[in-house]
Design a protein around this ligand. Structure first.
Ligand code: IVH
Length: 668
């Protein structure tokens, strides 16, 4: 081995050891800065000596720019599930059953957490991670190795130890509560749909096609099952200790239990203590410790007889119903909401809970005035009413009846055949529908007009200034200054936001219009297919159905939307205001082949044009945009704050770096 190779290997070992201290043991012993320096040094050496590159090097944790469909593969051993129970008695019966089946042999059990994430199977050969596979249907799963490599607590290359040549390790990929909350706060800010619980968030993240986004989500993983030949121990507990030695995270809460009494105590303790854990758990798992005894007990068709899962009851509280209110959404849907005497549930005060629709409120729950309601919050963020304490109901309590008229505008409600929702049909006169559409229109992912939330949108409506989205474009400074809380600065800022929205491309305008069922993705597909609102307004149902993702119901909604004279007038006024109602046609005079055959990487922040504009210029002039620097890169177009890794890579490969002035000159 030459000196360089030796140096590279030593650096990798040191970095792996620091990763383990930081991500598994929570005991870093060098500063982040020193760690980054080591990583940079390794990156540099690997770039200079590509012959020693290794896909499992710690420098490759963030994945490449490549995105791809997942390959599917058959599991070495099928991934079974566990039999479940919510009752301590049934766990006790299982303990008795296994003792009987083992005919009086001495037998220990192991108690551990049941993690509420998404399961993963890792295959290691000669101490190297060769593949990570999701559960899939239990027989076959998706190969998600690149995404798993982003999880820093998973060692990619094991230090020398007593690991078998080939083994499989099963565990759970999780999004810790802290990361889950951070991710949802970020999504709320961007007006993206929230994840209901960390499990959905973890499963969704593992299936992302871009490992770079996966890396930003900070997943973690705990392991609970080792399979293979020549395992280090004859017990489950012993094997888990070995797995821990090899550098993986195993649950600290794991405990050997000798009898039913200890099992019951373990359940009692963790039923409450689990709330302090940094990750979501939905129960406990009990396993027979001896692998020989596991073998003797065997399996049913679906699950091992040597294990059972005890599931925690979702957190539940009982509180009094103050009154039921009926919310009106921007599409006119009426939602019954239970307004409650505030109650603490999983650390948050719950005051309101949705009851979804009439059938659930009146028939399933049969809500009466001042009922005592059970409110539950599992891993979910939105609390739900799961039942009524009938014994606490007063004999003369009246049944709560769903409204027949809109609580906001008084219109008689309508319900379409076969649908659960009652709707207020007064689309253009019902205040919460009007203000709701304005709020949607100005949203970040739509017209991106800052400064209009629920309150301002209500104030603009009440003052008589904004009755529909087109009115936004005739708002004056004088009008705004009459509103409470508006100073000259805030008025000017809002007017500028409105003016800037004239640049928003047609596909986002289409999404902003609040056409029923036209979400962000559908809007994009429709816009790219029809190219302009004039064409869309005249399309037949058949033509609309030919667009990807558009079916009969959606096609009829679009036709109905444009059939309304009110909507047509709004569109005309938006057109006069200068809102983009067609896809931008590519200006022939801007096209050239000046960059033909050139592969260009953009990095950093620019002063004269946005990154997207530069990307477009490159395409229009025949060049190709690329996300990562390689030998094929013709040059890097660099702005301020170009990433240091990119800079170093470009320099190492001798790729020229040009600034925006030089680039614009090139196109002159
Ligand atoms: S053992 C043969 N242990 O629960 C069964 N599973 O319903 C091996 N799970 O798919 C699984 N925590 O995703 C085991 N400590 C734990 C677990 C656990 C969570 C999940 C796992 C499995 C499901 C079974």
């Amino acid at each position: 081995m030459d000196a360089i190779e030796k140096q590279i290997r030593e650096l990798r070992d040191q970095i792996n050891a620091h990763n383990h201290k930081y991500y598994v043991l929570n005991q870093p012993d060098i500063s982040d800065y020193d760690f980054d320096q080591m990583l940079k040094q390794l990156e540099k050496l690997e770039l200079e000596h590509p012959e020693y590159d290794d896909p499992l090097s710690p420098t490759h944790r963030v994945g490449s720019d490549l995105t791809k469909e997942f390959e599917q593969i058959e599991h070495l051993h099928p991934m079974l599930s566990l039999s479940n129970t919510y009752s301590v008695e049934e766990v006790d019966q299982w303990v008795e059953r296994t003792e009987r089946a083992l005919a009086g042999q001495e037998s220990d059990l192991v108690g551990e957490m049941k993690f509420d994430g998404t399961s993963i199977s890792l295959i290691y050969e000669h101490g190297r991670l060769v593949r990570a596979v999701t559960r899939g249907d239990g027989e076959r799963g998706d190969v998600v190795t690149d995404n798993i490599k982003t999880i820093r607590s998973i060692p990619l290359q094991l230090a020398p130890g007593d690991w078998p040549e080939i083994f499989e390790l099963r565990g759970e990929v999780l999004l810790p509560w802290k990361e889950f909350e951070r991710l949802n706060a970020e999504r709320a800010f961007n007006e993206e749909p929230l994840f209901a619980n960390p499990r959905n968030a973890a499963a969704g993240t593992l299936k992302l096609q871009d490992p770079k986004i996966v890396a930003q989500r900070h997943l973690d993983a705990y392991f609970y099952y080792l399979l293979g030949e020549n395992l280090p121990s004859t017990t489950h507990y012993g094997n888990m200790e070995a797995v821990k030695r090899w550098g993986f995270k195993v649950p600290d809460q794991m405990k050997i239990l000798h009898d039913m009494k200890e099992v019951d105590e373990y359940i009692k303790y963790w039923d409450t203590a689990r709330r302090e854990l940094p990750v979501a758990t939905d129960g406990l798992v009990f396993k027979v410790n001896s692998l020989q005894q596991q073998l003797n007990l065997g399996y049913t068709a679906k699950s091992p007889r040597w294990a059972i899962a005890y599931k925690f009851q979702a957190e539940r509280a009982c509180t009094e119903l103050k009154f039921v209110s009926f919310d009106v959404g921007r599409m006119g849907i009426i939602t019954p909401v239970a307004n409650l005497v505030p109650v603490l549930l999983s650390g948050t005060m719950v005051k309101r809970a949705s009851m979804h629709n009439q059938d659930i409120m009146q028939d399933q729950l049969d809500i009466h005035e001042h009922d005592m309601l059970y409110v539950e919050k599992g891993g979910e963020i939105i609390p739900k009413i799961v039942g009524v304490d009938l014994e606490a109901r007063k004999p003369d309590a009246k049944k709560v009846i769903f409204v027949t008229h809109c609580p906001a505008c008084g219109s008689p409600l309508v319900r379409k055949d076969g649908e659960a929702a009652w709707i207020c049909p007064n689309k253009y006169g019902c205040p919460p529908q009007i203000t709701g559409r304005v709020e949607h229109f100005v949203g970040r992912r739509m017209m991106n007009i800052d400064g209009i939330g629920e309150e301002i949108s209500n104030a603009l409506f009440e003052a008589g200034f904004v009755h529909n989205i087109a009115d936004l474009y005739t708002l004056t400074r004088e009008q705004l200054l009459t509103l409470e809380g508006f100073g000259e600065k805030s008025a000017d800022r809002l007017l500028k936001g409105i003016q800037d929205s004239l640049k928003v491309p047609f596909e986002r305008v289409l999404y902003a219009l609040s056409i029923p069922y036209v979400g962000e993705t559908t809007a994009k597909k429709i816009a790219r297919s029809c190219r302009s609102i004039d064409r869309l307004m005249n399309m037949t149902e058949e033509e609309l159905c030919a667009i990807e993702d558009v079916g009969g119901v959606l096609a009829r909604c679009i036709i109905e939307y444009f059939a309304s004279p009110i909507n047509r007038e709004i569109i005309e006024r938006l057109r006069q205001a200068g809102v983009q109602l067609a896809m931008e046609e590519e200006d022939e005079s801007l096209k050239s082949d000046k960059l033909a055959g050139k592969v260009i990487v953009i990095s950093g922040v620019f002063a004269k044009h946005s990154r997207d504009e530069y990307k477009k210029m490159i395409e229009l002039n025949g060049g190709k945009n690329s996300g990562s620097i390689s030998k094929k890169t013709t040059f890097v177009l660099a702005g301020e704050n170009m990433g240091p890794a990119k800079l170093e890579k470009a320099q190492a490969l001798g790729v020229p770096i040009i600034n925006e002035d030089q680039f614009l000159e090139l196109l002159q």
